[in-house]
Write a protein that binds this ligand. Structure first.
Ligand code: GLA
Length: 753
């Protein structure tokens, strides 16, 4: 890995074994983009890659007498750039826009100097990928200046030793004489030379998050975004461009991911000369950040991953990076506790004894962590009251959280607790004391969502107050886990303490407040395991992953619905981050009946747990649950931290298949799922991936043995011919069927070839 600068050609080459990223200082001093893709040889001069054209009629000439390259005047419209601005001959959407005191928004950022450093600097107040020692990555800081306003633009590029990863961000500092307004500041601008790509996005709604949508890039703009104050159920701050011929296993793919939890825009603009500009960052709509003299604005970080090994190759790189160098702390590399959450078991209807009853059975079955969800605090007997009053309701819990936690610990389990720190009900002591603490526009009505308001987390005193309440409980009671929920989008986003010309900062300041609270709690309680949640997967993004290494992926706990949700989630996020539980049938969201085995077979590929009262299962079912937990404990390291491959997509057919392989390739678990059953089925094989071709694997249920090359080239035989017509069929082979195949490599002397 290296970052090389050629003084005479003014080109930068960032490369590792897999990728090259090449830029140049353009004749007018702007930064130009030359190449991003598979690693190429280094040369001292890459300037031949700079192509420009003054095209008849449409082009305007960037005004500067001495800019003539090969007889052509410079028109930025036709130049690939690093951080494009609008209005000085480029007409595409810009990476940065600054409103100046004279009303102009024109900027002209020219290269001044650069620095190259080992490792990767942190981004103040923001989540970001990191290195553990300086040798893991190198960072280039480009420093540009707009001489008229005195604004300094710093572009940060980090290349890691391993993986096709480039992390980027920008910092804008007002070193001029007057205050300015930053109205666009994207984290990444990437101009690609063509548009022969398919665009992949991960979209949906509450209870059907991150469904894969694919379409061909076309001239014009395609985008996904959030203006809801959280990354949202609707779209994820993650898009992929893949060559049409690329698939899960081969071909060129670039993933773009934003490490941020608030309003975002992910956009591709294809111009009529077929180049593609990707922009990723904070949504410019409504964004307006005032920069007084000497003040800076730091954008969130964006990560690009290039893969020639198709979508799985890209996902595996994201998984490794986000698991090891974004998530942090005590739980980062640890197997996650198997939990039992009471939400779908009781909703708001519980007493302490009832909870202990559920926990006792959970303990008997092997569960390690009991989680008390909503309803334990203030006057919270429904979702109409209590949010904001973070002290136990002693009618329900006579000895408070301390007492309940003690009883759970005495059973030999850990105890976890639900909070929704950012919210307040009108019917709460907190709201009665501080009605001005909510986000709302003066003299207009404030919209409620799930009967609640959003606290103004841009205000330090609000965050302080919530921190104090939470920290009190966490210091008094033995709490090992927190489920941090966020159950509505932000409307009427206005802070009562900021002046009118800073109201465009509130959405971002809000998220900084959320990050601050997370950071303080992480620091004060370093062993606490955080699980994020926002009505399920409404804030499942890399920003939150920095503070909470796992997230409740969706409120839809039905196994068949979860196939799509978890499959879609896996494109960017590691399996160890995907909160997934077994729940009752008929399922509470879609009223579907699925076999208990299938519910577990889906939930194993995640953090695993139960969202039900195990007392209500039959003895036979409880026995199965015990076996499931034994299985998960045995294989969870592999399931959560192994290399994950998507094999068959639920977005394409009736079958879903995925697998994980251990790093040493000696163990693998394959999850196979069939949505609907059919009779007289064809023969079927699934080709596996990631195995060692020379290892002989024994399937642990059938004890059949096959070499890795057989399983990867011929395939694993999954035929079941006459299913549905077998006499005495118990439903095991009916709809919503699933199987696990467990492979173990035999030691050399036990091979049965
Ligand atoms: C949200 C969460 C659920 C549950 C409820 C409690 O909907 O996604 O898992 O915690 O809130 O009110």
């Amino acid at each position: 890995m290296s970052i090389l600068f050629s003084e005479h050609a003014k080109t930068f080459h960032l490369y590792n074994q897999e990728i090259s990223y090449i830029m140049t200082v353009l004749p007018n001093g702007h930064m130009g983009q030359l190449y991003f893709g598979k690693r190429v040889h280094h040369r001292e001069d890459f300037s031949y890659l700079y192509e420009t054209a003054q095209r008849p009629m449409s082009s305007c000439v960037y005004e500067d007498d001495d800019i003539l390259s090969d007889g052509y005047s410079l028109s930025l419209e036709h130049v690939k750039q690093e951080y494009g601005v609008y209005g000085t001959t480029d007409f595409r959407r810009p990476a940065v826009e600054i409103l100046q005191p004279n009303g102009s928004r024109i900027c002209d950022f020219k290269y001044k100097r650069h620095e190259i450093m080992g490792g990767k600097p942190g981004l103040a107040g923001l989540p970001a990928t990191y290195t553990e020692d300086g040798g893991e990555a190198e960072t280039l800081r480009l420093i540009l200046e707009d001489s008229l306003t005195g604004v300094i633009l710093e572009l940060l590029y980090t290349i890691f030793v391993r993986g096709g990863i480039l992390a980027r961000s920008a910092k804008i500092t007002n070193e001029g004489k007057e205050a300015l307004h930053l109205t666009t500041a994207m984290s990444l601008c990437m101009d690609l030379p063509d548009y022969d790509y398919e665009w992949l996005q991960f979209s949906g709604a509450w209870a059907r998050e991150r469904h894969l949508k694919v379409r061909k890039l076309e001239q014009g703009i395609q985008a996904v975004d959030s203006r809801r104050g959280h990354s949202s159920h609707e779209h994820n701050p993650f898009i992929v461009l893949k060559r049409p011929s690329a698939d899960e296993f081969q071909g060129e793919v670039i993933g773009f991911s934003l490490i941020y939890s608030g309003n975002f825009l992910a956009q591709a603009e294809v111009d009529t000369h077929d180049t593609t500009r990707v922009l990723l960052g904070i949504h410019p709509m409504g964004f307006d950040w005032k920069l007084e003299r000497g003040e800076s604005f730091q954008t969130p970080e964006a990560v690009m991953v290039y893969s020639q090994q198709g979508l799985n190759g890209m996902s595996q790189t994201f998984h490794r990076l986000y698991q090891k160098r974004l998530a942090r702390g005590y739980w980062r590399d640890r197997e996650r506790p198997i939990l039992n959450n009471n939400w779908e078991a009781t909703y708001f209807d519980f007493t302490e004894d009832r909870l202990v009853e559920i926990a006792e059975k959970a303990k008997e079955c092997g569960v390690e962590l009991f989680v008390l969800d909503d309803g334990w605090f203030g006057e919270r007997s429904s979702d109409h009251a209590g949010l904001g009053d973070w002290a136990a309701n002693t009618e329900r819990l006579p000895r408070g959280i301390t007492g309940l936690a003690e009883r759970i610990e005495e059973l030999g389990m850990k105890f976890g607790l639900w909070f929704e720190p950012e919210m307040v009900n009108e019917d709460s002591d907190l709201y009665r004391a501080h009605p001005d603490w909510i986000l709302s526009t003066p003299e207009r009505s404030a919209s409620q969502g799930r009967n609640q308001y959003v606290l103004d987390f841009s205000r330090k005193e609000v965050v302080d107050c919530i921190y104090e309440m939470m920290a009190k409980i966490l210091s008094e009671a033995k709490v090992s886990y927190i489920k941090w929920d966020m159950n509505r989008s932000i409307t009427e986003c206005y802070s009562k303490v900021l002046p009118p010309d800073r109201q465009g900062e509130v959405f971002h300041r809000y998220i900084l407040g959320v990050y601050d609270l997370y950071e303080r709690l992480n620091t004060a309680f370093p062993r606490l395991l955080f699980e994020s949640c926002a009505s399920g997967g409404g804030r499942f993004d890399p920003g939150i992953l920095y503070y909470a290494p796992q997230g409740w992926a969706s409120d839809d706990s039905d196994a068949i619905e979860r196939l799509r949700i978890q499959y879609g989630t896996s494109f960017c996020y590691p399996i160890s981050s995907i909160g997934s539980h077994v729940s009752v049938t008929p399922n509470h969201q879609v009223f579907r009946n699925t076999p208990l085995s299938t519910r577990a077979n889906v939930a194993y590929f995640g953090t695993f747990g139960y969202e039900l009262d195990l007392n209500k299962l039959t003895e036979e079912e409880q026995k199965i649950v015990k076996e499931q937990i034994v299985f998960m404990k045995k294989y969870r390291k592999l399931l959560q931290f192994g290399t994950f491959y998507r094999l068959l997509s639920p977005f394409e057919g009736n079958l879903t298949c995925w697998m994980v392989v251990s790093e040493d390739q000696k163990e693998a678990v394959i999850g196979w799922y069939r949505t609907l059953s059919h009779s007289n089925l064809p023969f079927a094989r699934v080709r596996l991936h990631g195995l060692n071709p020379d290892f002989c694997y024994e399937e642990q249920n059938t004890l059949e043995t096959h070499f890795g090359d057989e399983l990867m080239n011929i395939g694993l035989i999954t035929s079941d011919g006459m299913s549905g017509q077998v006499e005495g069929c118990t439903g095991e082979y009916g709809d919503f069927d699933s199987r696990l195949y467990i492979l173990k490599a035999l030691p050399q002397n036990e091979r049965k070839d």
